[in-house]
Write a protein that binds this ligand. Structure first.
Ligand code: ZN
Length: 486
């Protein structure tokens, strides 16, 4: 008897329990989860095909939401733009979702517009809708930072990062979020962002296409019931994400940030989940990420309404790889020879393409630079090429200055074969995309007739380079894009 008791005691120890937890299979996925993803095109709102949209693009959609939606003006941004509070449902469990606190992070706003479509349709999900709207009351603040969205910049028009204003509350946008959180006393909070596209999902060949976090509410990162429930719910969402972007789900840095909204809202007793959309190959305007956001929002709401999250432990959350800064670049060219002081040596070259807004921040062009060089074995490229034995040399600049019209008629491959990567142009319309023509367009040099080479192969340089084998140019990199020349 005593022996048996000992065994029972031993087996309930923490280490043994967590081993048992890991061995347990995950609870079954809701049959609806995959259907949300499949059916998304039916709810996808037209007119939001790119990330750079503004309040005036979504405001008519919000104002037109029919009953039982209620649409209230929550307040005004610093520059006097409208911020809306949309709600629907009559249930006792309150859920608050806010998007685009950072003006240039619009993926979740698109997904919320699609979710509003879903909630007002009549179709095969009617019984689910009834469950959602009778068990939950949903509150939304789509586009919390319309001034930032207008200029497609992170901060508000006071130059303040709203996500560092949860305590001081100097921004009207931050005060609106705080007030609605306090008024609704939300049981659940979804803090919806986009993250740097260059984060890896752990040390791996995979980008963190979506990252999640149950933010810490204190420096010691304790897990109370509130934060624990957020972790459980992340397990539910991760299960669906892994089907579509396997190994590309990361865990955001969980260091406590005392000024951030997510961390404080968790502290104030709302089970808070951060969702960050990152980079996904072949999805420059985040339309696939929008679809995934839509699908996991609904999966999460169903799991809250049906209390399915309670079947989960923390194992799935804790097993997610941490975001790895510097893990990704747009293009990595591996094992090429470069020369300095007449000495050749082997490097990998990593390029990043910075987005530059134009056309009233409705469009962008890329301006690339060499972001890292050396042994980059721990870095991945969305595009990669290994060119062992090739020599990377700076391209040359075409002598003479021409107009935009003439430049647009150039045969860029013929120029690249001659070793010319850069062309000097006299006119510089706002819409000029630096490398749309396959060569880099630059302003005239001091001596346009004899302009010399593009910048050397240095960190931070624009890096128009030729990749040569036996003196023959076979590839070029122009503004961060690899071009096959031969
Ligand atoms: Zn953000």
């Amino acid at each position: 008897m005593q022996k048996l008791l000992l065994i029972v005691l031993f087996c309930s120890c923490f280490a043994c329990q967590s081993r048992t937890q890991q061995a347990e299979p995950e609870p079954a996925m809701s049959p609806n989860a995959e259907r949300f993803y499949e059916k998304h095109p039916e709810y996808r709102v037209a007119g939001l095909e790119t990330r750079r949209f503004k309040l005036e693009d979504i405001e008519p959609m919000i104002k037109a939401l029919p009953a039982p939606f209620t649409v209230k003006l929550a307040g005004k941004s610093f520059q006097n733009r409208n911020i809306y509070h949309v709600s629907i449902g009559t249930g006792p469990v309150k859920v608050l979702m806010w998007s685009q606190m950072h003006g240039d992070e619009s993926t979740a706003t698109m997904a919320l517009m699609d979710l509003f479509q879903f909630l007002q349709k009549k179709d095969e999900f009617d019984s689910l809708r009834q469950v959602l709207l009778s068990k939950l009351t949903l509150h939304f603040i789509p586009m919390l930072n319309p001034d930032g969205a207008n200029r497609f910049t992170r901060r508000n028009m006071q130059g303040i990062d709203i996500n560092r204003d949860a305590m001081r509350l100097q921004t009207p946008e931050g005060r609106i979020l705080k007030r609605i959180r306090d008024e609704t006393k939300a049981d659940w909070g979804f803090n919806l962002h986009d993250q740097n596209i260059y984060l890896g999902a752990g040390v791996s060949p995979y980008p963190a296409s979506i990252s999640v976090l149950a933010p810490a509410y204190n420096y010691t990162k304790d897990i109370n019931e509130t934060r624990g429930d957020a972790m459980r719910l992340i397990g539910v969402m991760n299960q669906l994400l892994q089907k579509h972007i396997p190994k590309q789900v990361g865990r955001y840095d969980d260091a406590f940030e005392p000024r951030a909204f997510g961390d404080n809202i968790q502290k104030w007793g709302t089970r808070t989940i951060l969702i960050e959309s990152g980079g996904l190959k072949g999805d420059p305007e985040n339309q696939m990420l929008r679809r995934l956001n839509f699908s996991i929002f609904l999966t999460a709401l169903e799991a809250i309404a049906m209390e399915k999250y309670k079947e989960w432990n923390y194992t799935a959350y804790e097993g997610l790889p941490e975001n790895q800064p510097g893990g990704f670049h747009d293009l990595v060219v591996r094992k090429v020879q470069v020369m300095r002081n007449d000495k050749w040596y082997k490097v990998d070259l990593a390029f990043r393409r910075e987005e530059v807004n134009y056309d009233n921040s409705r469009k962008f062009f890329y301006r690339a630079n060499i972001a890292e060089m050396g042994d980059l074995m721990n870095t991945n490229g969305y595009d990669e090429i290994e060119l062992e034995g090739y020599q990377a040399v700076p391209g040359s600049i075409k002598p003479g200055v021409i107009g935009w019209e003439e430049a647009s008629k150039l045969d860029h491959l013929a120029l690249l074969r001659q070793g010319i990567t850069d062309v000097q142009v006299s006119t510089w319309p706002e819409s000029l995309e630096l490398s749309k023509l396959g060569v880099l367009l630059i302003r005239p040099r001091p001596n346009p007739a004899n302009p010399g080479s593009s910048t050397a192969i240095n960190l931070g340089s624009g890096g128009s380079i030729l990749l040569q084998k036996d003196g023959k140019t076979e590839y070029a990199v122009v503004n961060g894009f690899l071009i096959k020349v031969q």
